[in-house]
Write a protein that binds this ligand. Sequence first.
Ligand code: ATP
Ligand code: TYD
Length: 239
Amino acid sequence: MEKKEQLYEGKAKKVYATDDPELLIVSYKDDATAFNGKKKGTIAGKGIINNKMSNRLMARLEKEGVPTHFVEELNERETLVKKVKIVPLEVIVRNISTGSFSKRYGFPEGVVFDEPTVEYSYKNDELNDPLICDSHVLAMKLTTKEELQTIHDYALRVNEVLKAFWLSCGVTLVDFKLEFGRLADGTIILADEISPDTSRLWDAATGKKLDKDRFRQDLGGVEDAYQEIMGRLEAQLKA
Ligand code: ATP
Ligand code: TYD
């Protein structure tokens, strides 16, 4: 598949057209940002890890009944994906309180919820991706009622599958962000990425953070944590 013009350069990935109007190539960078781009840096080798990890996890999700954009890994940083129109929502699932949940509500960190939570942010950089409720999603026609139900159900299914998988790697899945999109025929599928950039992953035994929080919070050992989490995933897939 030939890489044609660059369509978009984001904070973490570049997106290219291909000769097939229904397919794109995404290329993962080592650039890291946090706090809506206010903190910038690089995490050496991150793009390679996120590309591979996202692909392995999406392949597993496909098998478990969640349709995804993943088509084929082309090389260590690039993947062929189905082109979608991104639904402008960040879909966040949480199993344990931390991050903006604890900050917003003044709620202690590390509380395990009885049931996972699902929330949406409106993807709009100028507005700082504000939290949005279902009725406002529908009022602005960002999705139909049926689409929002599908997105919600897929998000919980992704959580079930990934929570169990990460546990088998000795890792606690704390929370994560998903993006969904529509194929040309309107079908909703999972898009974007699933990686330590977009998930919180804690060592199940020690609670050590093995994700982008090491970068956000200047905890050090960022590259090592990405290597470690990828190593755990690969060992488990081989087992
Ligand atoms: P954004 O705030 O839009 O997420 P970003 O700079 O943080 O931007 P990157 O991950 O760097 O995001 O760039 C990837 C872009 O490609 C994102 O805008 C994402 O929504 C979009 N995208 C991901 N998967 C697909 C797909 N299958 N089809 C079309 N666009 C996609
Ligand atoms: P959250 O606690 O809402 O935000 P913050 O990182 O500002 O404390 O994040 C919940 C999860 O979603 C976390 O694993 C990071 C991920 N996430 C993203 O990948 N991108 C985003 O823009 C946001 C808001 C969260």
